[in-house]
Design a protein around this ligand. Structure first.
Ligand code: SF4
Ligand code: SF4
Length: 433
Protein backbone atom coordinates (compact mmCIF):
# COMPACT_ATOMS: atom_id res chain seq x y z
CA UNK A 1 0.00 0.00 0.00
CA UNK A 2 1.32 3.41 -0.92
CA UNK A 3 0.91 6.09 1.74
CA UNK A 4 0.44 9.53 0.19
CA UNK A 5 2.96 12.15 1.23
CA UNK A 6 1.42 14.77 3.47
CA UNK A 7 1.77 18.48 2.92
CA UNK A 8 3.59 20.28 5.71
CA UNK A 9 4.18 17.21 7.86
CA UNK A 10 6.66 19.04 10.07
CA UNK A 11 4.20 21.80 10.97
CA UNK A 12 1.39 19.34 11.62
CA UNK A 13 3.64 17.32 13.90
CA UNK A 14 4.94 20.39 15.72
CA UNK A 15 1.45 21.47 16.69
CA UNK A 16 0.91 18.02 18.15
CA UNK A 17 4.18 18.55 20.07
CA UNK A 18 5.77 15.83 17.98
CA UNK A 19 8.55 15.54 15.45
CA UNK A 20 8.30 13.53 12.25
CA UNK A 21 9.18 10.00 13.40
CA UNK A 22 12.55 8.39 12.86
CA UNK A 23 13.28 4.65 13.08
CA UNK A 24 16.75 3.17 13.02
CA UNK A 25 16.46 -0.48 11.99
CA UNK A 26 19.47 -2.62 12.77
CA UNK A 27 19.08 -5.22 10.06
CA UNK A 28 22.05 -7.28 11.25
CA UNK A 29 24.84 -7.29 13.82
CA UNK A 30 27.12 -9.25 11.52
CA UNK A 31 30.23 -7.44 10.41
CA UNK A 32 33.46 -8.13 8.56
CA UNK A 33 35.52 -5.27 10.01
CA UNK A 34 37.74 -5.03 13.07
CA UNK A 35 37.01 -1.53 14.43
CA UNK A 36 38.30 -1.15 18.01
CA UNK A 37 35.49 1.31 18.71
CA UNK A 38 32.74 -1.25 18.18
CA UNK A 39 31.44 -4.34 19.95
CA UNK A 40 30.19 -5.84 16.67
CA UNK A 41 33.67 -6.23 15.16
CA UNK A 42 34.25 -9.59 13.49
CA UNK A 43 36.51 -10.87 16.28
CA UNK A 44 33.84 -10.51 19.00
CA UNK A 45 32.34 -13.86 19.91
CA UNK A 46 28.57 -13.70 20.21
CA UNK A 47 25.67 -15.22 18.39
CA UNK A 48 24.98 -13.02 15.37
CA UNK A 49 21.55 -12.14 14.06
CA UNK A 50 19.74 -10.76 11.02
CA UNK A 51 16.18 -9.52 10.70
CA UNK A 52 14.05 -11.42 8.19
CA UNK A 53 12.97 -9.37 5.18
CA UNK A 54 9.28 -9.89 5.94
CA UNK A 55 9.76 -8.59 9.49
CA UNK A 56 11.41 -5.43 8.16
CA UNK A 57 8.65 -4.92 5.58
CA UNK A 58 6.03 -5.12 8.31
CA UNK A 59 7.92 -2.47 10.29
CA UNK A 60 8.10 -0.26 7.20
CA UNK A 61 4.37 -0.54 6.50
CA UNK A 62 3.64 0.35 10.09
CA UNK A 63 6.19 3.18 10.08
CA UNK A 64 4.57 4.75 7.02
CA UNK A 65 1.14 4.49 8.62
CA UNK A 66 2.42 6.10 11.81
CA UNK A 67 3.82 9.07 9.89
CA UNK A 68 7.48 8.14 10.25
CA UNK A 69 9.51 10.26 7.83
CA UNK A 70 13.02 8.93 8.39
CA UNK A 71 14.22 5.32 8.29
CA UNK A 72 17.86 4.30 8.61
CA UNK A 73 19.07 0.78 7.87
CA UNK A 74 22.09 0.10 10.02
CA UNK A 75 24.24 -2.83 11.09
CA UNK A 76 26.71 -4.40 11.59
CA UNK A 77 27.48 -4.09 7.94
CA UNK A 78 24.25 -3.72 5.95
CA UNK A 79 25.95 -4.41 2.60
CA UNK A 80 26.79 -7.97 3.64
CA UNK A 81 23.27 -8.62 2.33
CA UNK A 82 23.07 -6.24 -0.64
CA UNK A 83 20.04 -7.76 -2.36
CA UNK A 84 17.91 -7.74 0.77
CA UNK A 85 19.11 -4.28 1.72
CA UNK A 86 18.22 -2.85 -1.67
CA UNK A 87 14.82 -4.54 -1.50
CA UNK A 88 14.22 -2.99 1.95
CA UNK A 89 15.18 0.45 0.64
CA UNK A 90 12.94 0.02 -2.40
CA UNK A 91 10.06 -1.11 -0.22
CA UNK A 92 10.50 1.80 2.21
CA UNK A 93 10.37 4.28 -0.66
CA UNK A 94 7.28 2.66 -2.12
CA UNK A 95 5.63 2.73 1.31
CA UNK A 96 6.07 6.52 1.38
CA UNK A 97 9.04 6.99 3.72
CA UNK A 98 10.62 10.28 2.67
CA UNK A 99 14.11 10.04 3.99
CA UNK A 100 15.86 6.66 3.69
CA UNK A 101 19.44 6.17 4.77
CA UNK A 102 22.00 3.44 5.02
CA UNK A 103 25.74 3.15 5.41
CA UNK A 104 28.74 0.94 4.85
CA UNK A 105 32.28 0.35 6.01
CA UNK A 106 33.12 0.30 2.30
CA UNK A 107 34.39 -3.30 2.11
CA UNK A 108 32.76 -3.84 -1.30
CA UNK A 109 34.51 -0.78 -2.72
CA UNK A 110 37.92 -2.39 -2.42
CA UNK A 111 39.46 -3.19 -5.78
CA UNK A 112 37.59 -0.27 -7.33
CA UNK A 113 40.61 0.59 -9.49
CA UNK A 114 40.20 -2.62 -11.48
CA UNK A 115 37.62 -3.25 -14.18
CA UNK A 116 35.84 -5.99 -12.22
CA UNK A 117 35.68 -3.82 -9.11
CA UNK A 118 34.35 -0.85 -11.05
CA UNK A 119 31.56 -2.83 -12.66
CA UNK A 120 30.61 -4.34 -9.26
CA UNK A 121 30.37 -0.84 -7.76
CA UNK A 122 28.45 0.43 -10.79
CA UNK A 123 25.92 -2.41 -10.44
CA UNK A 124 25.29 -1.54 -6.79
CA UNK A 125 25.16 2.19 -7.51
CA UNK A 126 22.66 1.59 -10.31
CA UNK A 127 20.43 -0.54 -8.05
CA UNK A 128 20.56 2.06 -5.28
CA UNK A 129 19.85 4.86 -7.74
CA UNK A 130 16.65 3.08 -8.76
CA UNK A 131 15.35 3.36 -5.17
CA UNK A 132 14.44 6.42 -3.12
CA UNK A 133 17.55 6.14 -0.98
CA UNK A 134 18.44 9.64 0.21
CA UNK A 135 21.73 9.20 2.04
CA UNK A 136 24.55 6.71 1.80
CA UNK A 137 27.20 6.98 4.52
CA UNK A 138 30.72 5.61 4.07
CA UNK A 139 32.89 5.31 7.19
CA UNK A 140 36.32 6.86 7.44
CA UNK A 141 37.98 7.16 10.84
CA UNK A 142 41.24 8.91 10.07
CA UNK A 143 42.84 11.35 7.67
CA UNK A 144 45.66 8.84 7.32
CA UNK A 145 44.62 5.94 5.05
CA UNK A 146 46.91 3.35 6.68
CA UNK A 147 45.51 4.20 10.15
CA UNK A 148 41.91 3.91 8.99
CA UNK A 149 42.57 0.64 7.17
CA UNK A 150 44.40 -0.86 10.15
CA UNK A 151 41.61 0.11 12.53
CA UNK A 152 38.93 -1.31 10.23
CA UNK A 153 40.98 -4.32 9.09
CA UNK A 154 40.11 -3.42 5.50
CA UNK A 155 43.31 -2.90 3.48
CA UNK A 156 42.80 -1.00 0.24
CA UNK A 157 39.44 0.45 1.27
CA UNK A 158 40.50 4.12 1.03
CA UNK A 159 41.71 3.74 -2.54
CA UNK A 160 38.46 1.89 -3.28
CA UNK A 161 36.42 4.79 -1.91
CA UNK A 162 38.32 7.24 -4.08
CA UNK A 163 37.56 5.20 -7.21
CA UNK A 164 33.95 4.58 -6.19
CA UNK A 165 32.89 8.18 -5.54
CA UNK A 166 32.82 9.33 -9.21
CA UNK A 167 30.83 6.18 -10.05
CA UNK A 168 28.23 6.97 -7.38
CA UNK A 169 28.13 10.60 -8.50
CA UNK A 170 27.49 9.52 -12.09
CA UNK A 171 24.36 7.71 -10.83
CA UNK A 172 23.20 10.77 -8.88
CA UNK A 173 24.22 9.47 -5.46
CA UNK A 174 26.40 11.75 -3.33
CA UNK A 175 27.71 9.64 -0.43
CA UNK A 176 28.60 11.27 2.87
CA UNK A 177 31.79 10.42 4.69
CA UNK A 178 31.12 9.36 8.26
CA UNK A 179 33.71 10.12 10.92
CA UNK A 180 33.45 8.22 14.18
CA UNK A 181 35.32 10.64 16.44
CA UNK A 182 38.35 8.91 17.95
CA UNK A 183 41.89 9.68 19.06
CA UNK A 184 43.38 8.69 15.69
CA UNK A 185 41.55 11.17 13.46
CA UNK A 186 44.76 13.02 12.69
CA UNK A 187 46.94 9.88 12.58
CA UNK A 188 48.16 7.30 15.08
CA UNK A 189 51.68 8.58 15.52
CA UNK A 190 50.41 11.92 16.81
CA UNK A 191 47.88 10.37 19.17
CA UNK A 192 50.05 10.68 22.31
CA UNK A 193 49.66 14.43 22.13
CA UNK A 194 45.99 14.01 23.06
CA UNK A 195 46.52 11.87 26.14
CA UNK A 196 47.73 14.39 28.68
CA UNK A 197 45.87 14.50 32.01
CA UNK A 198 44.46 18.02 31.37
CA UNK A 199 45.50 19.30 34.77
CA UNK A 200 46.69 22.68 33.55
CA UNK A 201 45.34 25.30 31.18
CA UNK A 202 48.35 24.66 29.01
CA UNK A 203 47.45 20.98 28.64
CA UNK A 204 43.84 21.84 27.87
CA UNK A 205 44.97 24.23 25.17
CA UNK A 206 47.29 21.61 23.65
CA UNK A 207 44.48 19.01 23.63
CA UNK A 208 42.14 21.46 22.00
CA UNK A 209 44.66 22.51 19.33
CA UNK A 210 45.52 18.88 18.64
CA UNK A 211 41.91 18.06 17.81
CA UNK A 212 41.28 21.24 15.86
CA UNK A 213 44.20 20.37 13.62
CA UNK A 214 43.02 16.75 13.37
CA UNK A 215 39.52 17.86 12.30
CA UNK A 216 41.01 20.25 9.72
CA UNK A 217 43.21 17.51 8.34
CA UNK A 218 40.24 15.17 8.18
CA UNK A 219 38.00 17.63 6.32
CA UNK A 220 40.77 18.41 3.83
CA UNK A 221 41.32 14.71 3.23
CA UNK A 222 37.59 14.04 2.74
CA UNK A 223 37.40 16.85 0.17
CA UNK A 224 40.50 15.56 -1.65
CA UNK A 225 38.98 12.07 -1.82
CA UNK A 226 35.96 13.54 -3.60
CA UNK A 227 33.32 13.59 -0.86
CA UNK A 228 30.76 16.40 -0.96
CA UNK A 229 29.14 15.71 2.42
CA UNK A 230 30.47 14.81 5.86
CA UNK A 231 29.03 13.74 9.18
CA UNK A 232 30.58 13.19 12.60
CA UNK A 233 29.51 10.47 15.05
CA UNK A 234 30.21 11.51 18.60
CA UNK A 235 32.25 9.08 20.72
CA UNK A 236 30.06 6.37 22.28
CA UNK A 237 32.24 4.77 24.93
CA UNK A 238 30.25 2.86 27.55
CA UNK A 239 32.28 2.88 30.68
CA UNK A 240 32.98 6.45 31.63
CA UNK A 241 31.10 9.09 33.53
CA UNK A 242 27.34 8.89 33.80
CA UNK A 243 26.92 6.43 30.92
CA UNK A 244 28.30 3.60 33.02
CA UNK A 245 25.48 3.71 35.51
CA UNK A 246 22.45 4.56 33.46
CA UNK A 247 22.77 2.91 30.09
CA UNK A 248 22.44 -0.65 28.92
CA UNK A 249 23.30 -0.68 25.23
CA UNK A 250 21.35 -3.01 22.95
CA UNK A 251 23.16 -1.50 20.00
CA UNK A 252 26.64 -2.94 20.26
CA UNK A 253 28.29 -0.04 18.43
CA UNK A 254 29.94 0.92 21.68
CA UNK A 255 33.29 0.08 23.14
CA UNK A 256 35.43 0.65 26.19
CA UNK A 257 38.51 0.98 24.00
CA UNK A 258 40.73 3.91 24.83
CA UNK A 259 40.57 5.12 21.22
CA UNK A 260 36.96 6.30 21.74
CA UNK A 261 36.93 6.80 25.50
CA UNK A 262 37.02 10.42 26.59
CA UNK A 263 36.57 12.04 29.99
CA UNK A 264 33.94 14.74 30.53
CA UNK A 265 36.58 17.44 30.35
CA UNK A 266 37.98 15.99 27.12
CA UNK A 267 34.50 15.82 25.61
CA UNK A 268 33.83 19.45 26.47
CA UNK A 269 37.02 20.45 24.65
CA UNK A 270 36.41 18.05 21.78
CA UNK A 271 32.93 19.38 21.01
CA UNK A 272 34.16 22.94 21.27
CA UNK A 273 37.07 22.21 18.90
CA UNK A 274 34.75 20.72 16.27
CA UNK A 275 32.34 23.62 16.65
CA UNK A 276 35.18 26.07 15.97
CA UNK A 277 36.59 24.23 12.96
CA UNK A 278 33.31 23.63 11.10
CA UNK A 279 32.90 27.24 9.84
CA UNK A 280 36.28 27.04 8.07
CA UNK A 281 34.94 24.26 5.84
CA UNK A 282 31.22 24.87 5.51
CA UNK A 283 31.59 26.39 2.07
CA UNK A 284 33.83 23.58 0.81
CA UNK A 285 31.90 20.48 1.89
CA UNK A 286 28.39 19.99 3.23
CA UNK A 287 28.84 19.40 6.98
CA UNK A 288 25.92 17.62 8.54
CA UNK A 289 26.87 18.24 12.21
CA UNK A 290 24.81 21.15 13.58
CA UNK A 291 26.97 23.54 15.60
CA UNK A 292 24.10 24.17 17.97
CA UNK A 293 24.23 20.53 19.03
CA UNK A 294 27.97 20.81 19.63
CA UNK A 295 27.41 23.99 21.62
CA UNK A 296 24.79 22.25 23.77
CA UNK A 297 27.05 19.23 24.35
CA UNK A 298 30.00 21.47 25.13
CA UNK A 299 27.93 23.26 27.76
CA UNK A 300 26.62 19.98 29.14
CA UNK A 301 30.15 18.65 29.66
CA UNK A 302 31.35 21.98 31.00
CA UNK A 303 28.77 21.66 33.81
CA UNK A 304 26.92 24.67 32.47
CA UNK A 305 23.57 23.28 33.58
CA UNK A 306 21.85 26.63 33.65
CA UNK A 307 21.66 26.45 29.85
CA UNK A 308 20.53 22.87 29.38
CA UNK A 309 20.32 21.07 26.05
CA UNK A 310 16.93 20.18 24.63
CA UNK A 311 16.12 16.60 25.61
CA UNK A 312 16.46 13.74 23.17
CA UNK A 313 13.35 12.49 21.35
CA UNK A 314 14.45 8.84 21.67
CA UNK A 315 11.43 6.76 22.74
CA UNK A 316 9.06 9.64 21.94
CA UNK A 317 9.51 10.30 18.22
CA UNK A 318 12.64 8.31 17.46
CA UNK A 319 13.05 4.55 17.88
CA UNK A 320 15.55 1.75 17.42
CA UNK A 321 14.76 -1.79 16.27
CA UNK A 322 17.26 -4.38 17.44
CA UNK A 323 18.34 -7.18 15.10
CA UNK A 324 18.53 -9.79 17.87
CA UNK A 325 14.91 -9.81 18.96
CA UNK A 326 13.29 -7.60 16.30
CA UNK A 327 11.82 -5.43 19.07
CA UNK A 328 11.68 -1.68 19.47
CA UNK A 329 13.70 0.34 22.01
CA UNK A 330 13.78 4.08 22.71
CA UNK A 331 17.25 4.05 21.14
CA UNK A 332 20.22 1.74 20.88
CA UNK A 333 21.33 2.56 24.40
CA UNK A 334 18.28 2.10 26.63
CA UNK A 335 18.24 -1.67 26.45
CA UNK A 336 16.11 -2.10 29.57
CA UNK A 337 13.11 -0.50 27.87
CA UNK A 338 11.80 -3.08 25.44
CA UNK A 339 8.79 -1.49 23.71
CA UNK A 340 7.79 -4.64 21.79
CA UNK A 341 6.97 -4.95 18.12
CA UNK A 342 7.06 -1.69 16.20
CA UNK A 343 3.71 -2.36 14.58
CA UNK A 344 2.09 -2.66 18.05
CA UNK A 345 3.44 0.70 19.16
CA UNK A 346 0.85 3.42 19.77
CA UNK A 347 2.12 6.71 18.36
CA UNK A 348 -1.35 8.19 18.00
CA UNK A 349 -1.80 9.91 21.34
CA UNK A 350 -0.11 13.00 22.68
CA UNK A 351 3.60 12.76 23.08
CA UNK A 352 5.21 11.64 26.28
CA UNK A 353 7.55 14.30 27.64
CA UNK A 354 11.07 13.89 26.32
CA UNK A 355 13.59 14.07 29.12
CA UNK A 356 16.64 11.96 28.30
CA UNK A 357 20.14 13.36 27.82
CA UNK A 358 22.00 10.26 28.91
CA UNK A 359 24.25 9.87 25.90
CA UNK A 360 25.54 11.74 22.86
CA UNK A 361 24.21 9.57 20.04
CA UNK A 362 24.18 12.15 17.25
CA UNK A 363 21.52 10.23 15.26
CA UNK A 364 18.99 11.25 17.88
CA UNK A 365 20.65 14.13 19.74
CA UNK A 366 21.37 16.31 16.67
CA UNK A 367 17.81 16.40 15.29
CA UNK A 368 16.41 16.75 18.83
CA UNK A 369 18.55 19.81 19.45
CA UNK A 370 17.83 21.36 16.06
CA UNK A 371 14.09 20.90 16.45
CA UNK A 372 14.01 21.77 20.17
CA UNK A 373 13.28 25.50 19.73
CA UNK A 374 10.60 24.75 17.11
CA UNK A 375 8.81 22.40 19.50
CA UNK A 376 9.12 24.88 22.33
CA UNK A 377 7.83 27.69 20.12
CA UNK A 378 4.83 25.62 18.99
CA UNK A 379 3.79 24.75 22.54
CA UNK A 380 4.88 27.82 24.48
CA UNK A 381 5.98 30.80 22.34
CA UNK A 382 6.46 33.01 25.40
CA UNK A 383 8.98 30.69 27.00
CA UNK A 384 10.88 30.48 23.71
CA UNK A 385 10.96 34.26 23.47
CA UNK A 386 12.32 34.45 27.01
CA UNK A 387 14.97 31.83 26.32
CA UNK A 388 16.01 33.56 23.10
CA UNK A 389 16.52 36.82 24.99
CA UNK A 390 18.55 35.20 27.75
CA UNK A 391 20.72 33.03 25.54
CA UNK A 392 21.52 34.98 22.40
CA UNK A 393 24.60 32.93 21.56
CA UNK A 394 22.53 29.74 21.34
CA UNK A 395 19.92 31.29 19.07
CA UNK A 396 22.51 32.91 16.82
CA UNK A 397 24.19 29.55 16.26
CA UNK A 398 20.84 27.80 15.80
CA UNK A 399 19.70 30.32 13.18
CA UNK A 400 22.99 29.95 11.30
CA UNK A 401 22.50 26.17 11.31
CA UNK A 402 19.01 26.45 9.85
CA UNK A 403 20.28 28.72 7.08
CA UNK A 404 23.11 26.32 6.38
CA UNK A 405 20.79 23.31 6.31
CA UNK A 406 18.68 25.13 3.75
CA UNK A 407 21.73 25.97 1.64
CA UNK A 408 22.59 22.25 1.70
CA UNK A 409 19.10 21.19 0.56
CA UNK A 410 18.68 19.63 3.99
CA UNK A 411 21.49 17.24 3.14
CA UNK A 412 19.75 15.58 0.25
CA UNK A 413 22.37 13.05 -0.85
CA UNK A 414 20.70 12.75 -4.26
CA UNK A 415 21.62 16.31 -5.16
CA UNK A 416 25.08 17.71 -5.91
CA UNK A 417 26.27 20.56 -3.71
CA UNK A 418 25.13 24.00 -4.76
CA UNK A 419 28.44 25.84 -4.77
CA UNK A 420 26.77 29.21 -5.24
CA UNK A 421 24.73 28.82 -2.05
CA UNK A 422 27.59 27.29 -0.10
CA UNK A 423 29.83 30.22 -1.06
CA UNK A 424 27.72 32.42 1.23
CA UNK A 425 29.26 30.56 4.14
CA UNK A 426 32.78 31.52 3.18
CA UNK A 427 33.08 34.03 5.99
CA UNK A 428 35.72 34.78 8.59
CA UNK A 429 35.44 32.36 11.49
CA UNK A 430 35.11 35.31 13.87
CA UNK A 431 31.56 35.89 12.60
CA UNK A 432 30.57 32.62 14.17
CA UNK A 433 31.86 33.42 17.63
S1 SF4 B 1 31.83 0.23 13.45
FE1 SF4 B 1 30.64 -0.64 11.73
S2 SF4 B 1 32.20 -1.52 10.40
FE2 SF4 B 1 33.17 -1.26 12.37
S3 SF4 B 1 32.93 -3.22 13.43
FE3 SF4 B 1 31.20 -1.88 14.03
S4 SF4 B 1 29.56 -2.38 12.64
FE4 SF4 B 1 31.46 -3.17 11.73
S1 SF4 C 1 20.01 10.64 24.88
FE1 SF4 C 1 18.68 9.73 23.30
S2 SF4 C 1 19.98 8.20 22.31
FE2 SF4 C 1 20.94 8.72 24.29
S3 SF4 C 1 20.16 7.26 25.81
FE3 SF4 C 1 18.79 9.03 25.86
S4 SF4 C 1 17.12 8.56 24.42
FE4 SF4 C 1 18.84 7.17 23.99
Amino acid sequence: MRIPLRAGPLLADLFRKRLPGQVVIQITDRCNASCPQCGMRASEKFSRSKLPLEHVKRILDSAAEKGVQVVSFTGGEPFLFPDELIEMIRYAGEAGIRCIRTGTNGFFLRGGSGEKGRSRIARIAESLAATRLRNLWISLDSAVPSVHERMRGLPGVVEGIEWALPIFHSYGIYPAVNLGINRHIGGESAADACRSPLETLEQERAFSEFFKEAFRRYYRFAIDLGFTMVNACYPMSVDVDRSANDLNAVYAATSADDVVRFTRKEKALLFEALMEVIPEFRHKIRIFSPRVSLLALHREYSHDESRAAYPCRGGVDFFFVDSRDGNTYPCGYRGCENMGRFWDLDRGGSAAEASCTLCDWECFRDPSELAGPLLQGASNPRSLWKKARCDQEYFRVWTQDLKYYRACDFFDGRKPPNSHRLARFNRPASIYR
